[in-house]
Write a protein that binds this ligand. Structure first.
Ligand code: CUK
Ligand code: CUA
Ligand code: CA
Length: 645
């Protein structure tokens, strides 16, 4: 982190910029007596102004009317939030900030049976053995740089996975583990001409092969890889070996380039080592060149994996065909493509700057027509302390979170580019305090060509005093800011459970969901195929099929009764209960819980769901419907008799 001297210099610059740009310094506004320092546990003292809850409540009153979505009214935007190390995706209504639904992905979910049902276990594949995940980056598929309403993709850092959610039914339908890497972190999608690839950064450097023979990260066989996944097939497309490590990523509006930040160019294993170099870099990937090499058979594979791998490292100081490394101040974090397609913007984190890389210079960069890679940089605005992520309003402004300053700074991109050439121009438009320590921020439609500059979400990592105390563990604070006018206005505090790293917002007309399931939906097609082999017609049959020690119980459900009020099995049998909900009425979801067996699942209208368990306890066991479906929902029950053997 910067030393005291450079920090105080920076503070002066900051205060000056505020006064010049907005004519209203927040210090001046509050009076110096209100200025206090807030210490962040275990970190630097923060030069932040403390607002009281009362001040904020008064200031927010007018703005609050904007977020009020009355009973029965609908929100304008869908928000998709990552659940962080909680492992799920959450659907929010914006601007009301009402939580609409949760989509279990990398977690086990008791309500829907995700991770318990056979359908979800098939989707999770080999990784179904893991009961945790750590998702950061939810992103929506695009056609022509606009959301197409098909899929949401999300990473799992904890177990190196990428999952896909179908937006028509809001269920995870594919999940893959990225081979030969550890910790899939940054994830972004190809925007043009459509989302053919999901780009996913593996963060940590590991030895290859990772067979226990070495701990050494400096060896040339220790590296990490940039990964491209075929978005439609959800299979690995290719991997690119890189120098250093990889953090965040984004893609451009031509479909040609992706760029990632690297904070550990040192390939170090500890904090001091990772901060040793004055500069790390942004690595730019030339996707058509990678594709051409693979097509020409110029690739390797690693271990058991058949995924084509190309080497994007330098050899004897010379860049590979596939990559260019652009030095940026040490330990950058977020990277974001502006909606006009002009700039990749890398956030400085340890540097108070963002680095602006012009996409117009990338062809020359790869054709070696620039004197040096830094010539692709067209701006490096000084913004404040701890810049982490940037988002855009589609009117030429960028909004960068300042983790250490606990602020969002609004700045003008073209003015920052002009300032870099020496012109006297103040690109800082406003700084707004947020509560507290923001990570990602995200403006409505910001990562599409339709960025509309209406709402800004700021995902604050600390909530401290903003909510009723909840013990040592606090919620995060997702703050909604109105950016439709010249000035940013905070309008809502939204407590969130651990830990939404990132979110996206789509216009409500861009998401088209099904009201009930199609009987031929692929989500449960394999279960339907098994039933067909048993000669079962799922919509009408209620039958028990014995197959050695395996028993398959088929029944329907229709409010308020199961097709089978009882069935009998033998102790030790492996029982699969398959239920088809023949209700056709929207919203009439049934459940199935076998008491004292760890069995629970959702069966929505026209869905088939199945779950397998061992009937290891002789006796009578009640099963019941867990989703309130009818006035006689409590009576929607049945009994399993397990014969003692
Ligand atoms: S990361 Cu968490 S605040 Cu995973 Cu996108 Cu920056
Ligand atoms: Cu069926 Cu409750
Ligand atoms: Ca570093």
């Amino acid at each position: 982190m910067s030393d005291n001297k450079s920090k105080s210099d920076h503070e002066t610059v900051k205060a000056k910029q505020e006064t010049e740009s907005t004519g209203l310094s927040r210090r001046g506004f509050l009076g110096t007596s209100a200025v206090a320092s807030v210490a962040l546990a275990g970190a630097t003292a923060l030069g932040s102004v403390v607002f009281t809850r009362e001040t904020w409540a008064a200031a927010a009153k007018d703005a609050q009317s904007k977020v009020h979505v009355g009973p029965g009214d609908l929100d304008d935007y869908y928000g998709f939030w990552s659940g962080g190390h909680q492992g799920e995706v959450r659907i929010m209504g914006i601007p009301s900030m009402r939580e609409l639904l949760r989509i279990p992905v990398f977690n086990i979910d008791s309500a829907t049976g995700w991770g318990l049902t056979n359908e979800s276990k098939r989707i999770m594949g080999d990784s179904a053995k893991f009961q945790n995940g750590d998702c950061h980056h939810p992103h929506l598929s695009m056609t022509d740089g606009k959301y197409d309403g098909k899929y949401l993709f999300i990473n799992d850092k904890a177990n190196s996975r990428v999952a896909r959610i179908r937006l028509d039914v809001m269920k995870c339908d594919k999940m893959i583990t990225v081979p030969n890497v550890q910790a899939v972190h940054g994830l972004r999608l190809q925007k043009m001409p459509h989302t053919k690839y999901v780009f996913a950064n593996a963060e940590f450097v590991i030895p290859h092969p990772n067979d226990g023979s070495t701990f050494d990260l400096q060896d040339k066989n220790s590296y990490t890889m940039f990964n491209a996944i075929d978005a439609e097939k959800m299979e690995m497309a290719f991997q690119v070996i890189v120098e250093g490590n990889l953090d965040n990523t984004d893609a451009d509006y031509t479909g040609k380039y992706a760029a990632s930040t690297c904070y550990n160019s040192e390939k170090a294993y500890d904090l001091g080592g990772m901060m040793r170099n004055e500069r790390d870099w942004v690595v730019v990937f030339n996707i058509p060149r990678v594709e051409a090499a693979i097509k020409a058979g110029k690739f390797i594979t690693l271990g058991d994996s058949k995924v084509p791998v190309v080497d994007g490292r330098r050899t004897e100081g010379k860049d590979s065909a596939f990559t260019r490394y652009i030095p940026v101040p040490k330990n950058p974090h977020g990277i974001n493509m502006s909606p006009d397609g002009k700039y990749f913007i890398a956030a400085g984190k340890l540097s108070p700057t963002c680095t602006i890389i012009a996409t117009a210079k990338l062809d020359d960069l790869f054709d070696d027509k620039l004197k040096e890679p830094r010539d692709a940089v067209v701006g490096e605005p000084e913004l404040g302390l701890g810049p982490l992520h940037t988002t855009f309003d589609g009117r030429g402004n960028a909004y960068t979170t300042l983790f250490i300053d606990s602020q969002v700074v609004k700045w003008n991109m073209d003015e920052a580019v002009r300032a870099y050439t020496g012109e006297k121009v103040n690109y800082i438009k406003q700084k707004l305090d947020v509560q507290y320590q923001p990570g990602h921020n995200h403006a409505s439609l910001t990562e599409t060509s339709e960025a509309d500059g209406k709402w800004l979400m700021v995902l604050s990592k600390f909530s401290k005093d903003r909510f009723l105390p909840t013990g040592p563990l606090h919620p995060e604070n997702d703050q909604l800011i109105d950016i439709s006018g010249d000035e940013m206005k905070l309008v809502h505090d939204g407590p969130a459970f651990a830990e939404p790293h990132d979110c996206v917002m789509a216009r409500r007309d861009q998401i088209r969901t099904k009201k009930i399931w199609d009987r031929n939906d692929p989500f449960f097609a394999e279960t339907v195929a098994i039933a067909a082999k048993d000669g079962i017609k799922l919509e009408t049959d209620n039958k028990v099929i014995r197959d050695g020690k395996k028993v398959r119980v088929y029944m329907t459900s229709m409010a308020p009764a199961y097709g089978l009020p009882e069935f009998t099995v033998k102790q030790g049998d492996e029982v699969t209960v398959t239920i088809t909900n023949i209700d056709k009425i929207e919203d009439v979801t049934h459940g199935f819980v076998m008491t004292n067996h760890g069995v629970s699942m959702e069966i929505s209208p026209q869905q088939t769901a199945s779950i397998t368990f061992i009937a290891d306890k002789a006796g009578l066991h009640w099963y019941y419907c867990s989703w309130f479906c009818h006035a006689l929902h409590m009576e929607m029950v049945g009994r399993m008799l397990v014969d003692k053997v």
